[in-house]
Design a protein around this ligand. Structure first.
Ligand SMILES: NC(=O)c1ccc[n+]([C@@H]2O[C@H](COP(=O)([O-])OP(=O)(O)OC[C@H]3O[C@@H](n4cnc5c(N)ncnc54)[C@H](O)[C@@H]3O)[C@@H](O)[C@H]2O)c1
Length: 327
């Protein structure tokens, strides 16, 4: 027997022009499914062939939606200097009835967009609707999709504070993103305090490292700033979360990574300090909070990938995009 698998490249996915709102809806449905206990989603496991580098395996069965898949995703900080992206990988969408692979696709696009979407879903439940400014620390791929998601959530967004160790990366970011938010003022900031001091929303997107410097301290930000770490514990000092409302995307994955993975130590919230995970929020078991000290660590969970890959697969089939290859 031969089986055909649909190969969908990064350029093909990108050409589908899937709106951020559609991805946010799928990511939210995935969160809700996790919250209702319908998914099988072990914490992501990884190998570390080089210092500060990871290759993660992220399987998930989203029961209510009957979708299954697994992502193999690498993060290599030295890659940009070699002309490769920091994040690369493959996503395999499987038929839950037979286990056969249905589609194999680029996972960098999926990772970029579903991660921005997850921040958007968090902000949808926890954001103050009057928020007008966002600070982005680390203006690479993630900063772009996270900003696109904030644009969907905060209609009054008019100021984007940017900070990056590379002036060139910051200039590229502003050049790429200004046309997508034409009315917003983009401010290239010389250092972190200048970037975060007046921000209503703060999102950190720097490389995850084994010995984090955590340069953003609570004293630098507004008391009611909505703080989102996309980069594990690399940028936000533990005091950013201390005493406030703390959310993670998934209780099991956060606590497993804290206990087994070596991240989120030295003052980061422990299991008893987690006020909610996004599964609880999106399934309606707990409610968001729109004022006061609020922060989240959104590590990225495999339900996002399966839900987003299924959306890509549907759109690719409808548009006749992709290449059938034999197994
Ligand atoms: N939570 C998730 O679901 C998820 C998903 C994908 C990526 N990530 C993480 O998001 C982070 C960003 O990924 P990316 O794909 O945008 O990477 P990227 O390489 O495109 O961008 C990272 C940017 O950070 C800048 N930078 C490095 N050190 C810095 C510092 N100390 N201060 C300010 N800027 C600094 C770099 O110059 C670069 O522009 C990584 O940690 C990655 O692992 C998280």
């Amino acid at each position: 027997m031969t089986t055909e698998v649909l190969w969908i490249s990064a350029a093909e996915i990108s050409a589908l022009n899937i709106p951020m709102q559609d991805i946010m809806e799928r990511v939210e449905a995935g969160f809700a499914s996790v919250g209702r206990g319908e998914t099988e989603m072990p914490a992501k496991i990884g190998i570390h062939p080089r210092e500060n580098c990871f290759i993660h395996a992220m399987p998930c069965y989203v029961g209510g939606e009957d979708l299954a898949g697994i992502k193999c995703i690498s993060g290599y900080p030295p890659n940009p200097a070699k002309g490769h992206p920091y994040i690369t990988g493959l996503m395999v969408l499987c038929d839950p009835a037979t286990g056969l692979p249905l589609a194999v696709m680029d996972a960098a696009w999926i990772t970029a967009w579903r991660t921005g979407a997850a921040s958007g879903v968090y902000a949808r439940h926890f954001g103050n609707q009057d928020s007008a400014s966002v600070a982005l620390i680390g203006t690479g791929v993630q900063a772009r999709t996270n900003l696109l998601a904030m644009k969907e959530v905060f209609p009054r967004l008019d100021t984007v504070f940017c900070q990056d160790i590379s002036d060139e990366a910051m200039a590229r970011f502003i050049n790429d993103m200004q046309p997508l938010l034409p009315k917003a003022e983009f401010v290239a900031c010389p250092d972190i305090p200048a970037a975060v001091g007046d921000a209503d929303v703060l999102i950190t997107c720097t490389p995850i490292v084994e010995a984090p410097e955590r340069p953003v301290a609570r004293s630098m930000i507004k008391p009611d700033c909505l703080a989102i770490a996309v980069d594990y514990d690399a940028a936000l000092n533990a005091d950013v979360f201390a005493g406030g409302h703390f959310t993670c995307d998934n209780f099991n994955q956060y606590t497993w990574t804290r206990e087994q993975g070596g991240y989120f130590r030295n003052g980061y919230p422990g299991p008893a300090d987690i006020d909610a995970d996004m599964g609880e929020i999106c399934s309606g078991a707990k409610e968001g909070l729109r004022a006061g000290q609020r922060g989240a660590v959104l590590m990225g969970i495999a339900s996002h990938d399966v839900m987003t890959a299924a959306l890509v697969h549907e759109k690719a089939l409808a548009a006749g995009i992709g290449t059938e290859v034999k197994l």
